[in-house]
Design a protein around this ligand. Structure first.
Ligand code: PLP
Length: 368
Protein backbone atom coordinates (compact mmCIF):
# COMPACT_ATOMS: atom_id res chain seq x y z
CA UNK A 1 0.00 0.00 0.00
CA UNK A 2 1.37 3.42 -1.00
CA UNK A 3 1.01 5.88 1.90
CA UNK A 4 -1.27 8.87 1.19
CA UNK A 5 1.20 11.12 3.04
CA UNK A 6 4.55 9.55 4.01
CA UNK A 7 5.71 11.18 7.24
CA UNK A 8 8.18 8.34 7.90
CA UNK A 9 10.11 9.12 4.70
CA UNK A 10 10.49 12.71 5.85
CA UNK A 11 11.62 11.54 9.27
CA UNK A 12 14.27 9.29 7.75
CA UNK A 13 15.51 12.20 5.66
CA UNK A 14 15.80 14.42 8.76
CA UNK A 15 17.97 11.77 10.44
CA UNK A 16 18.40 12.43 14.15
CA UNK A 17 17.80 16.19 13.89
CA UNK A 18 14.26 15.92 15.28
CA UNK A 19 15.36 13.72 18.17
CA UNK A 20 18.22 16.11 19.00
CA UNK A 21 15.90 19.13 18.86
CA UNK A 22 13.42 17.42 21.16
CA UNK A 23 16.20 16.35 23.53
CA UNK A 24 17.33 19.99 23.85
CA UNK A 25 13.81 20.96 24.96
CA UNK A 26 13.62 18.06 27.43
CA UNK A 27 16.96 19.27 28.82
CA UNK A 28 16.06 22.96 29.28
CA UNK A 29 12.50 22.13 30.38
CA UNK A 30 10.82 25.27 29.01
CA UNK A 31 7.89 23.31 27.62
CA UNK A 32 5.56 26.32 27.51
CA UNK A 33 6.73 29.45 25.67
CA UNK A 34 10.33 28.22 25.56
CA UNK A 35 12.97 29.91 23.37
CA UNK A 36 12.22 27.70 20.32
CA UNK A 37 8.76 29.29 19.97
CA UNK A 38 10.09 32.79 19.29
CA UNK A 39 12.90 31.38 17.17
CA UNK A 40 10.44 29.48 15.01
CA UNK A 41 8.11 32.50 14.73
CA UNK A 42 11.02 34.56 13.40
CA UNK A 43 11.99 31.90 10.88
CA UNK A 44 8.41 31.35 9.72
CA UNK A 45 7.85 35.08 9.11
CA UNK A 46 11.19 35.31 7.28
CA UNK A 47 10.30 32.32 5.09
CA UNK A 48 7.36 34.12 3.51
CA UNK A 49 8.43 37.73 4.03
CA UNK A 50 5.70 38.56 6.57
CA UNK A 51 6.49 41.15 9.22
CA UNK A 52 5.24 39.03 12.15
CA UNK A 53 4.34 35.45 13.01
CA UNK A 54 2.56 34.26 16.13
CA UNK A 55 2.63 30.55 16.92
CA UNK A 56 -0.55 29.07 18.35
CA UNK A 57 -2.19 25.78 19.25
CA UNK A 58 -3.85 24.87 15.93
CA UNK A 59 -4.93 26.16 12.56
CA UNK A 60 -8.41 26.55 13.98
CA UNK A 61 -7.14 28.83 16.75
CA UNK A 62 -5.11 30.70 14.13
CA UNK A 63 -8.45 31.58 12.51
CA UNK A 64 -10.13 32.43 15.83
CA UNK A 65 -7.34 34.72 17.11
CA UNK A 66 -7.49 37.46 14.42
CA UNK A 67 -11.31 37.38 14.25
CA UNK A 68 -11.41 37.74 18.04
CA UNK A 69 -8.81 40.52 17.98
CA UNK A 70 -10.92 42.40 15.42
CA UNK A 71 -13.85 42.22 17.84
CA UNK A 72 -16.03 40.12 15.53
CA UNK A 73 -19.07 38.67 17.28
CA UNK A 74 -22.87 38.51 17.40
CA UNK A 75 -24.60 40.49 14.65
CA UNK A 76 -21.53 40.35 12.42
CA UNK A 77 -21.24 38.34 9.22
CA UNK A 78 -18.08 36.65 7.98
CA UNK A 79 -18.06 35.54 4.35
CA UNK A 80 -16.62 32.03 3.92
CA UNK A 81 -16.48 29.53 1.07
CA UNK A 82 -18.92 26.61 1.22
CA UNK A 83 -16.28 24.27 -0.23
CA UNK A 84 -13.65 24.05 2.53
CA UNK A 85 -12.76 22.29 5.75
CA UNK A 86 -15.23 22.99 8.56
CA UNK A 87 -12.79 25.06 10.68
CA UNK A 88 -13.07 28.01 8.26
CA UNK A 89 -16.73 28.51 9.20
CA UNK A 90 -16.44 27.17 12.73
CA UNK A 91 -14.10 29.99 13.80
CA UNK A 92 -16.54 32.89 13.22
CA UNK A 93 -19.47 30.77 14.45
CA UNK A 94 -17.65 30.07 17.75
CA UNK A 95 -17.41 33.81 18.31
CA UNK A 96 -21.16 34.21 17.84
CA UNK A 97 -20.79 35.75 14.38
CA UNK A 98 -22.69 34.40 11.38
CA UNK A 99 -20.76 32.61 8.65
CA UNK A 100 -22.33 33.40 5.27
CA UNK A 101 -21.48 30.86 2.59
CA UNK A 102 -20.31 31.75 -0.90
CA UNK A 103 -19.46 29.54 -3.86
CA UNK A 104 -16.21 28.23 -5.33
CA UNK A 105 -15.03 29.63 -8.65
CA UNK A 106 -15.55 27.53 -11.75
CA UNK A 107 -12.28 25.89 -12.81
CA UNK A 108 -10.65 26.51 -9.43
CA UNK A 109 -11.45 25.17 -5.97
CA UNK A 110 -11.25 28.54 -4.19
CA UNK A 111 -13.73 31.23 -3.17
CA UNK A 112 -15.28 33.10 -6.10
CA UNK A 113 -14.93 36.86 -5.46
CA UNK A 114 -18.21 37.54 -7.34
CA UNK A 115 -20.04 35.07 -5.13
CA UNK A 116 -18.40 36.61 -2.04
CA UNK A 117 -19.79 39.96 -3.16
CA UNK A 118 -23.27 38.43 -3.42
CA UNK A 119 -22.83 36.96 0.08
CA UNK A 120 -22.01 40.43 1.45
CA UNK A 121 -25.31 41.70 -0.01
CA UNK A 122 -27.17 38.70 1.41
CA UNK A 123 -25.69 39.35 4.87
CA UNK A 124 -26.85 42.97 4.78
CA UNK A 125 -30.31 41.90 3.59
CA UNK A 126 -30.48 39.66 6.68
CA UNK A 127 -29.69 42.63 8.94
CA UNK A 128 -26.13 41.47 9.65
CA UNK A 129 -23.01 43.65 9.54
CA UNK A 130 -20.39 42.13 7.21
CA UNK A 131 -16.98 42.39 8.91
CA UNK A 132 -14.60 39.99 7.20
CA UNK A 133 -13.98 37.63 4.30
CA UNK A 134 -12.02 34.41 4.78
CA UNK A 135 -10.30 33.20 1.63
CA UNK A 136 -9.09 29.60 1.70
CA UNK A 137 -6.06 28.19 -0.15
CA UNK A 138 -7.79 24.92 -0.89
CA UNK A 139 -5.45 22.03 -1.77
CA UNK A 140 -2.47 24.43 -1.73
CA UNK A 141 -3.22 27.15 -4.29
CA UNK A 142 -3.74 30.57 -2.65
CA UNK A 143 -7.18 32.05 -3.23
CA UNK A 144 -7.51 35.04 -5.57
CA UNK A 145 -6.50 37.50 -2.86
CA UNK A 146 -5.94 40.38 -5.31
CA UNK A 147 -9.65 40.29 -6.17
CA UNK A 148 -10.74 39.48 -2.61
CA UNK A 149 -8.58 42.30 -1.23
CA UNK A 150 -10.11 44.78 -3.68
CA UNK A 151 -13.58 43.64 -2.60
CA UNK A 152 -12.70 43.79 1.11
CA UNK A 153 -11.21 47.28 0.74
CA UNK A 154 -14.23 48.52 -1.21
CA UNK A 155 -16.61 47.18 1.46
CA UNK A 156 -14.44 48.10 4.46
CA UNK A 157 -13.96 44.48 5.54
CA UNK A 158 -11.03 42.53 6.95
CA UNK A 159 -9.49 39.87 4.72
CA UNK A 160 -8.32 36.75 6.55
CA UNK A 161 -6.37 34.16 4.55
CA UNK A 162 -6.85 30.54 5.60
CA UNK A 163 -3.51 29.14 4.41
CA UNK A 164 -3.76 25.91 6.42
CA UNK A 165 -3.21 24.08 3.13
CA UNK A 166 -1.50 26.88 1.22
CA UNK A 167 1.54 27.94 3.24
CA UNK A 168 4.44 27.77 0.79
CA UNK A 169 2.20 28.77 -2.13
CA UNK A 170 2.28 32.04 -4.09
CA UNK A 171 -0.17 34.11 -6.08
CA UNK A 172 0.80 37.74 -6.58
CA UNK A 173 2.97 37.35 -3.45
CA UNK A 174 3.74 34.62 -0.95
CA UNK A 175 1.10 32.98 1.23
CA UNK A 176 1.42 34.64 4.62
CA UNK A 177 1.44 38.15 3.16
CA UNK A 178 -1.80 38.16 1.13
CA UNK A 179 -4.48 39.08 3.70
CA UNK A 180 -4.71 41.48 6.65
CA UNK A 181 -3.85 38.32 8.54
CA UNK A 182 -3.04 34.76 7.46
CA UNK A 183 -3.79 31.63 9.45
CA UNK A 184 -1.90 28.41 8.91
CA UNK A 185 -1.95 24.93 10.44
CA UNK A 186 0.82 22.53 11.37
CA UNK A 187 -1.45 19.49 11.61
CA UNK A 188 0.91 16.60 10.69
CA UNK A 189 -0.49 16.00 7.19
CA UNK A 190 -0.38 19.67 6.10
CA UNK A 191 2.48 20.70 3.79
CA UNK A 192 4.38 22.09 6.81
CA UNK A 193 3.30 19.84 9.68
CA UNK A 194 4.52 19.19 13.22
CA UNK A 195 4.00 16.06 15.34
CA UNK A 196 0.76 17.10 16.97
CA UNK A 197 -1.44 20.17 16.80
CA UNK A 198 -0.05 23.60 16.01
CA UNK A 199 -0.70 26.70 13.97
CA UNK A 200 0.40 30.28 13.36
CA UNK A 201 -0.96 33.67 12.38
CA UNK A 202 1.08 35.90 10.07
CA UNK A 203 0.48 39.62 9.70
CA UNK A 204 2.01 42.97 8.84
CA UNK A 205 -0.06 44.65 11.56
CA UNK A 206 1.89 45.17 14.81
CA UNK A 207 -1.19 46.34 16.71
CA UNK A 208 -3.10 43.20 15.70
CA UNK A 209 -0.10 41.09 16.72
CA UNK A 210 -0.07 42.68 20.19
CA UNK A 211 -3.77 41.92 20.79
CA UNK A 212 -3.41 38.33 19.50
CA UNK A 213 -0.36 37.83 21.74
CA UNK A 214 -2.54 38.77 24.71
CA UNK A 215 -5.47 36.61 23.50
CA UNK A 216 -3.14 33.63 23.10
CA UNK A 217 -2.56 33.57 26.87
CA UNK A 218 -5.95 34.27 28.47
CA UNK A 219 -6.06 37.97 27.53
CA UNK A 220 -3.13 38.99 29.72
CA UNK A 221 -2.10 42.63 30.12
CA UNK A 222 1.34 43.95 30.97
CA UNK A 223 0.79 42.61 34.49
CA UNK A 224 0.34 38.89 33.89
CA UNK A 225 -2.31 38.61 36.63
CA UNK A 226 -4.31 41.59 35.37
CA UNK A 227 -6.11 40.06 32.42
CA UNK A 228 -7.46 42.84 30.27
CA UNK A 229 -9.71 40.89 27.88
CA UNK A 230 -11.36 37.51 27.42
CA UNK A 231 -8.78 35.21 25.86
CA UNK A 232 -7.82 31.61 25.20
CA UNK A 233 -5.13 29.13 26.04
CA UNK A 234 -3.85 28.94 22.48
CA UNK A 235 -0.07 28.58 22.72
CA UNK A 236 2.22 26.59 20.42
CA UNK A 237 4.10 23.94 22.45
CA UNK A 238 7.87 24.40 22.64
CA UNK A 239 8.41 20.80 21.52
CA UNK A 240 6.34 21.39 18.39
CA UNK A 241 8.24 24.64 17.69
CA UNK A 242 11.54 22.77 18.01
CA UNK A 243 10.29 20.13 15.54
CA UNK A 244 9.02 22.81 13.17
CA UNK A 245 12.40 24.59 13.10
CA UNK A 246 13.94 21.40 11.69
CA UNK A 247 11.10 20.79 9.23
CA UNK A 248 11.05 24.40 8.01
CA UNK A 249 14.75 24.07 7.14
CA UNK A 250 13.89 21.52 4.42
CA UNK A 251 10.48 22.95 3.47
CA UNK A 252 11.65 24.88 0.38
CA UNK A 253 13.16 21.70 -1.06
CA UNK A 254 10.03 19.77 -0.19
CA UNK A 255 7.91 22.30 -2.06
CA UNK A 256 10.06 21.76 -5.13
CA UNK A 257 9.65 18.00 -4.77
CA UNK A 258 5.87 18.47 -4.55
CA UNK A 259 6.00 20.59 -7.72
CA UNK A 260 7.78 17.73 -9.49
CA UNK A 261 5.19 15.16 -8.39
CA UNK A 262 2.34 17.47 -9.45
CA UNK A 263 3.96 18.17 -12.84
CA UNK A 264 4.39 14.46 -13.48
CA UNK A 265 0.83 13.59 -12.42
CA UNK A 266 -0.37 16.38 -14.71
CA UNK A 267 1.66 15.15 -17.67
CA UNK A 268 0.52 11.55 -17.25
CA UNK A 269 -3.17 12.19 -16.49
CA UNK A 270 -4.28 15.35 -18.28
CA UNK A 271 -5.39 13.49 -21.40
CA UNK A 272 -7.98 11.47 -19.46
CA UNK A 273 -9.19 13.61 -16.53
CA UNK A 274 -9.47 17.20 -15.26
CA UNK A 275 -6.25 17.95 -13.36
CA UNK A 276 -5.64 21.09 -11.25
CA UNK A 277 -4.54 24.14 -13.27
CA UNK A 278 -2.62 27.05 -11.76
CA UNK A 279 -3.07 30.67 -12.85
CA UNK A 280 0.01 32.16 -14.56
CA UNK A 281 2.74 32.98 -12.03
CA UNK A 282 1.01 31.14 -9.18
CA UNK A 283 2.48 28.33 -7.10
CA UNK A 284 0.63 25.70 -5.14
CA UNK A 285 1.93 24.11 -1.94
CA UNK A 286 0.23 20.95 -3.28
CA UNK A 287 -1.40 19.94 -0.01
CA UNK A 288 -3.53 17.75 -2.27
CA UNK A 289 -3.52 16.74 -5.91
CA UNK A 290 -7.22 16.69 -6.68
CA UNK A 291 -8.96 15.42 -9.81
CA UNK A 292 -12.48 16.37 -10.87
CA UNK A 293 -14.42 13.56 -12.53
CA UNK A 294 -17.99 12.34 -12.77
CA UNK A 295 -16.53 8.81 -12.52
CA UNK A 296 -15.12 9.22 -9.04
CA UNK A 297 -16.46 5.92 -7.68
CA UNK A 298 -14.81 3.97 -10.49
CA UNK A 299 -11.49 5.75 -9.91
CA UNK A 300 -11.68 5.14 -6.16
CA UNK A 301 -12.49 1.45 -6.67
CA UNK A 302 -9.68 0.89 -9.18
CA UNK A 303 -7.22 2.64 -6.88
CA UNK A 304 -8.34 0.64 -3.88
CA UNK A 305 -7.92 -2.61 -5.80
CA UNK A 306 -4.38 -1.54 -6.77
CA UNK A 307 -3.37 -0.61 -3.20
CA UNK A 308 -3.48 3.12 -3.96
CA UNK A 309 -5.21 5.20 -1.27
CA UNK A 310 -7.45 8.10 -2.32
CA UNK A 311 -9.49 10.59 -0.32
CA UNK A 312 -12.49 12.84 -0.90
CA UNK A 313 -12.00 16.40 0.35
CA UNK A 314 -14.81 17.34 0.86
CA UNK A 315 -17.89 15.21 0.22
CA UNK A 316 -20.42 17.66 1.72
CA UNK A 317 -20.17 21.44 1.28
CA UNK A 318 -20.53 23.29 4.57
CA UNK A 319 -23.91 24.86 3.84
CA UNK A 320 -25.31 21.29 3.53
CA UNK A 321 -23.78 19.99 6.77
CA UNK A 322 -26.10 19.38 9.72
CA UNK A 323 -24.53 21.88 12.09
CA UNK A 324 -24.21 24.61 9.46
CA UNK A 325 -27.27 24.34 7.21
CA UNK A 326 -29.10 27.07 9.19
CA UNK A 327 -26.55 29.75 8.26
CA UNK A 328 -27.20 31.94 5.21
CA UNK A 329 -25.78 30.88 1.86
CA UNK A 330 -25.90 32.29 -1.65
CA UNK A 331 -26.43 29.65 -4.37
CA UNK A 332 -23.39 27.33 -4.42
CA UNK A 333 -23.76 25.14 -7.54
CA UNK A 334 -20.01 24.80 -8.15
CA UNK A 335 -19.35 23.70 -4.56
CA UNK A 336 -22.17 21.17 -4.78
CA UNK A 337 -20.87 19.71 -8.02
CA UNK A 338 -17.26 19.59 -6.78
CA UNK A 339 -18.32 17.78 -3.60
CA UNK A 340 -19.65 15.00 -5.82
CA UNK A 341 -16.72 14.88 -8.23
CA UNK A 342 -13.41 15.52 -6.43
CA UNK A 343 -10.91 12.82 -5.56
CA UNK A 344 -7.42 13.40 -4.15
CA UNK A 345 -4.39 11.22 -4.92
CA UNK A 346 -1.37 10.38 -2.75
CA UNK A 347 0.80 13.52 -2.58
CA UNK A 348 3.98 14.13 -0.62
CA UNK A 349 7.56 15.16 -1.40
CA UNK A 350 8.95 11.63 -1.13
CA UNK A 351 6.58 9.91 -3.56
CA UNK A 352 8.85 7.90 -5.90
CA UNK A 353 8.33 7.87 -9.66
CA UNK A 354 7.56 4.13 -9.42
CA UNK A 355 4.76 4.86 -6.94
CA UNK A 356 3.52 7.80 -9.04
CA UNK A 357 3.33 5.39 -11.98
CA UNK A 358 1.27 2.94 -9.92
CA UNK A 359 -1.12 5.74 -8.95
CA UNK A 360 -1.41 6.92 -12.57
CA UNK A 361 -2.02 3.38 -13.86
CA UNK A 362 -4.77 2.81 -11.29
CA UNK A 363 -6.49 6.11 -12.08
CA UNK A 364 -6.33 5.45 -15.82
CA UNK A 365 -7.74 1.98 -15.30
CA UNK A 366 -10.62 3.42 -13.28
CA UNK A 367 -11.42 5.82 -16.11
CA UNK A 368 -11.01 3.26 -18.92
C1 PLP B 1 -6.61 21.82 8.50
C2 PLP B 1 -7.38 23.03 8.19
C3 PLP B 1 -7.78 23.94 9.20
C4 PLP B 1 -7.63 23.66 10.65
O1 PLP B 1 -6.36 23.39 11.10
P1 PLP B 1 -6.16 22.57 12.47
O2 PLP B 1 -4.71 22.74 12.76
O3 PLP B 1 -6.53 21.15 12.21
O4 PLP B 1 -7.00 23.20 13.52
C5 PLP B 1 -8.43 25.09 8.81
N1 PLP B 1 -8.69 25.35 7.53
C6 PLP B 1 -8.34 24.51 6.53
C7 PLP B 1 -8.66 24.88 5.12
C8 PLP B 1 -7.70 23.31 6.84
O5 PLP B 1 -7.36 22.47 5.85
Amino acid sequence: MIPFVDLQAQRRRLGDRIERAMARVLEHGGFISGPEVAEFEGRLAAFCGAAHALGCSSGTDALVLPLMAWGIGPGDAVIVPAFTFVATAEAPALLGATPVFADAREGEFNLDPASAEAAIALARAKGLTPKAIIGVDLFGLPADYAALRALADREGLYLLADAAQGFGGERGGKAGTLGHATATSFFPAKPLGCYGDGGAVLTEDAALLAVMRSLRVHGHGTDKYDNVRLGLNARLDTLQAAILIEKLAIFAEELEARDRVAARYTELLQDVVAVPRLPAGARSAWAQFTLVTDRRDAVAAACKAAGVPTAVYYPIPLHRQTGYAHYPAVPCPVSERLAGQVISLPMHPYLSEADQDRVVAAVRQGLA
